[in-house]
Each structure stands twice: as C-alpha cells, then as structure tokens.
Design a protein around this ligand. Sequence first.
Ligand code: OGA
Ligand code: NI
Length: 375
Amino acid sequence: MEVANRTGVPSPSKKTYDRMSELKALDDTKIGVKGLVDSGVTEVPRMFFRPSDYFDNVPVAAKDQFKFPIIDLEGYDKDPVRRKEIVDQVTEASETWGFFQVTNHGIPDSVTEGMLEGVKRFFEQDVEEKKKWHTRDNLKATVYNCNFDLYRSPMANWRDSVDFNMSPKIPKPEELPEACREAVINFSRDIMNLGRTLMEFFSEGLGLHKDYLKDIRVDEGNAILCHYYPPCPQPEVTLGTSQHADTTFFTILKQCYIGGLQILHKGYWVDVPPTRGAVVVNIGDLLQLITNDRFISVEHRVIANRQGPRLSAACFFYTGLFPIPRLYEPIKELCSEESPPKYRPTSVRDFCLHFKAKGLNGMTPLARFSINRDT
Ligand code: OGA
Ligand code: NI
C-alpha cells in the first residue's frame, strides 16, 4: 500500500513501481510502442526491461562461426534427382537446425515486399483508424495489439503486432484493414502454396507418402502474424521479441533487411541473415510433437535495434485457438519399440491455450504434453 501524505497525494519517495498500472496505461492508449516512440520517449520504460537471467549467459555467435542453411528450390518440380537433393537438404536442416531459408521459391518479390509495405501502411496509418482494429479476441479476423501476452509475461517486448486469421475461418474482405487487405490476401495465397510444397518435402524426408501431412490437415489453419518493431532508444535493456519456439506445425517468415532475428544453435545465438529474395522457414512445436522429436522446434528471439521500424510477416501453419477437436500425436510410422511415442495426443487448441496462458516466458509447452513428465 502506498502511504499518502496529508494532502492525499502519495509521497514520491514512498511510491513503489506499479507494473500493472504501467502496462494498463500502455494498453489503453491502443497505439502501443509506436505511440511511445512518436511521443518522443528517450528511455525505455521499466515494463520493457529484460530480466537479468534471461539467457544472458548465451553468447552471440561470431559472424562466420556457423553457416545458416540456405536451400535453393530451383528445379524441384522438374527433375526427380534434383527434388531428392532438395528433400535431403530440407530434412537435414529440419533435424539439426529447425530453421532454414529458401530461395527460388516461386513467390514474386512484389508479393513478399508488398506484404511488408502493407504492414508499414497499417501501422503508420491514421491513429483513429488503426485503433478500430485493436482487440484481444484471438478469434477475430484481424487482431491488432501491443504484446499478446502483455499482462502475463515477465517483460513487455518492444514491438506492436497485427494478426490476420485467414483460415480455417475465411475472413470477409471488410474484416481485413484496407491499408493492407490486398497485400495480406496475396501473401497468404502464395505462402500457403509454398507451405504445401514444403509439406511434401517434410513428408518425403520422413519416409512417408508425399501427401501424409496434407492428409492430416497440417495446412488447415493459416494466420499471418505481422510485427512492427519501432526504433529503440536503449536496445540493450529490452528485446523486440523474447525467446520462444513457435506453437505451429511450421512457420514461413519474411523479414526486412534490418535483421535482428536470432536462433539458439549449439549454445549460441545465431543471426538469421536477411537474404534478398529469401523467406525463412522454421519447424514449430506441433511438428516436433508429431515427428516424435525427429524435427526440432528451436528457440528464437528478435533483438531490439536503434534502427527501425523493422518489419516482419510470418505465416503460421496451425489452427491456433479455433475449436477444432482433431487430435495430434506422434506419427505411428515414426515410432517403434526402440523409439516409443514421447508425447500424448493433443488438439491444437489445447496446445495453444497452454502457451497463450503463460506468454513468452522461455518455457516450452512441449514439456506439458510429454509422456513421463507431468509439468
Ligand atoms: C514470431 C517470430 C520473428 C520476427 O512471430 O513468432 O518469431 O522476425 N517473429 O519478427
Ligand atoms: Ni517465432
């Protein structure tokens, strides 16, 4: 309790830090971190401070210490020998890095760059128009807010986000903001096609029929999650996005050329180098679960930067919180007596509910669904 002096005004010396009020004040503005930066803040407010134990002991890899996998998809649909080569590279990267970039993926730059321009237009549009899209209801077609886990996570992140739920419930055009409607529709369509090709590669690499992942509806859900990372006056005290692994089957991401995405690899934070024309692919927790740990879902984060805004658009392959009862479990063909199932069956919704409830706090929800553990 704060002690008030005789005038009824709390004495500044006794004033304690009230994190909840600070978070609520930010949330109530509905203009997030961009609003703070536009108002001219020169110091990062305390709610964004990164706890001191937050992976501070993990070093950042030197520039050429590791070779981040880049896979050229040229010719995958023309020549079976070439296709096999690509499938092998995708499989190896999915087993050892959980992340890779692809080039010559068939999506025109105008679509990927157009998506980032659309994200910029959305966040930089008239403030009153933007506020209309502000919500914390994750089942709406357009979900714009600052930190989905604002009130639950240990630190707020230096970014604003907008999520477009493109399926399983298909949005009406007017449910998508005009500033980026066309860009989102084009990006979602082309990324879904690339995703379906990658699903064939994943299936073939696992020794399954090429339509295996399609038949179990891995492409049923599609959310386009876009982030706007304003320039940060003190990048070392906070993060753009806290370390986390995606709760998706897999994710395809387009980042702009500022960089800042890092993944945890062999005990180091390794930069995902912005690469012209490329998109980033990463395995999510649900694919790790159904492959019984053959493919790995790897922790990643985005560091804050004095430069900005940094823009990114990720396509999440999963149905998120939509109430779809289908259960997922380790694929029988990938389990054996020597390699029994490591996870119990779960719906995508239950898996995501567990994740959303705790926010980005560095813990994987996979542990909760692991057999032999009851965390
Ligand atoms: C995410 C994510 C990275 C980025 O949205 O899950 O990791 O570059 N984004 O914004
Ligand atoms: Ni992520």
